[in-house]
Write a protein that binds this ligand. Structure first.
Ligand code: ACO
Length: 326
């Protein structure tokens, strides 16, 4: 069986930012409320001219350059997103922008868990020897779907893209993983299609309409994350035959500082091993893990051979953990 290594990372965010002060001019909120409840200070927001595929392509170029390969060498492009530019999928647009002519490309949807689910999916193709070089992108533009009048949700989210290159490798650096889903709790967090019945001819009706803005039961999602994320990391560590003391970096989906703190505390992982950049970007959904990873790598925080425990969690509900060595 072939092993896997992550050999490159990249990230991109829109230029425009909105800080908490700016948000408080839009909805009844304050910098104090947002900072103490979430740790978020500002978020990057895509404008109408920005596209998810373009942000993803910028992040991808960086990851491909770090890996030292060319776009033509990529066998597979996986785009983890819930907010494609096109509901038919945006991975092919990334393929075209990169000129990755050999690559097969498709989207994968698992909300904020998308990057971890994508990592594990990519790994299966490499382990079985089918593909050697995979580009995995996590990207979301949730600002398109947020109700900017709803202070319970609009303060939380930001837009970004992150990418990694995974390559076949003699030693396997994906040490363990665990993925989970629970559809019975689907109504905790939705970005749902809203059907209006339209009668085409007598007796023949179809659903027509758009999507409703994001709705969220914040307390339920908080409880879910703080309980399930430590469990799934424990399970992935067990599969990797590692103990928690061997983890160099805890790299969680950047939803909320209080969730990061609570998970670290439950796992007994000290604060200085917890990667956090959500103060500057908010919750960027599928992009948050590769964005934080790329920053930490480029800052020289994450070093060669460091062991990283990554975990994504979110709508679905979905959650999962992957333990890998940089
Ligand atoms: N500014 C000011 N007041 C607010 C705001 C706001 N932005 N939002 C809510 N409030 C008010 C509420 O109306 C409520 O007022 P009330 O008591 O008069 O009704 C009060 O603040 C408390 O609201 P709660 O919802 O109880 O606040 P809580 O302490 O639970 O914090 C939060 C809310 C931050 C959303 C928290 O529940 C949380 O972090 N949940 C997890 C959410 C999350 O991470 N989601 C994303 C993960 S999955 C994914 O990434 C897609």
């Amino acid at each position: 069986q072939m092993g896997i290594a992550i050999t490159g990372s990249g990230s991109a965010v829109p230029v425009t930012f909105l800080d908490n002060q700016g948000l408080s001019e839009l909805v009844e909120t304050s910098d104090e409320w947002i900072t103490t409840r979430t740790g978020i200070r500002q978020r990057r927001l895509a404008n109408a001219a920005d596209s998810l595929a373009e942000l993803a392509a910028i992040a991808s170029h960086q990851a491909i350059a770090m890996a030292g390969i060319t776009p033509q060498e990529i066998d597979l492009i996986l785009l983890a997103t819930s907010t494609p530019d096109d509901l038919f999928g945006s991975a092919c647009q990334i393929q075209a922008k990169l000129g990755a002519t050999r690559a097969v490309a498709f989207d994968l949807t698992a909300a904020c868990s998308g990057f971890v689910f994508g990592l594990v999916t990519a790994a299966q193709f490499i382990r079985t020897g089918v593909y050697h070089n995979v580009l995995l992108v996590g990207a979301d533009i949730l600002s398109r779907w947020v109700d900017w009048q709803d202070r319970r949700t609009c303060v939380l989210f930001g837009d970004a893209a992150g990418a990694v290159v995974l390559q076949a490798n003699k030693s396997d650096r994906l040490l363990g993983f665990e993925l989970k889903s629970d559809g019975t709790q689907n109504n905790c967090l939705n970005l749902a299609y809203n059907a209006n019945s339209t009668e085409l001819t007598p007796g023949v009706c179809v659903g027509q309409g758009g999507f409703l803005p994001i709705t969220m039961n914040g307390k339920e999602v908080y409880r879910f994350a703080v309980q399930k994320v430590p469990e799934v990391i424990d399970k992935a560590l067990f599969r990797a035959n590692l103990c928690v003391e061997q983890v160099d970096w805890l790299l969680l989906h950047q939803a909320n500082q209080r969730i990061l703190d609570a998970v670290a505390q439950r796992l007994n992982i000290p604060e200085d091993k917890v990667i956090s950049n959500l103060a500057y970007y908010g919750n960027t959904s599928a992009a948050s893990i590769p964005l934080a990873l790329d920053e930490a790598v480029r800052q020289g925080k994450i070093k060669s051979n460091d062991i990283i425990a990554a975990s994504g969690f979110g709508a679905g509900l979905t959650w999962g953990a992957a333990i890998f060595q940089w």
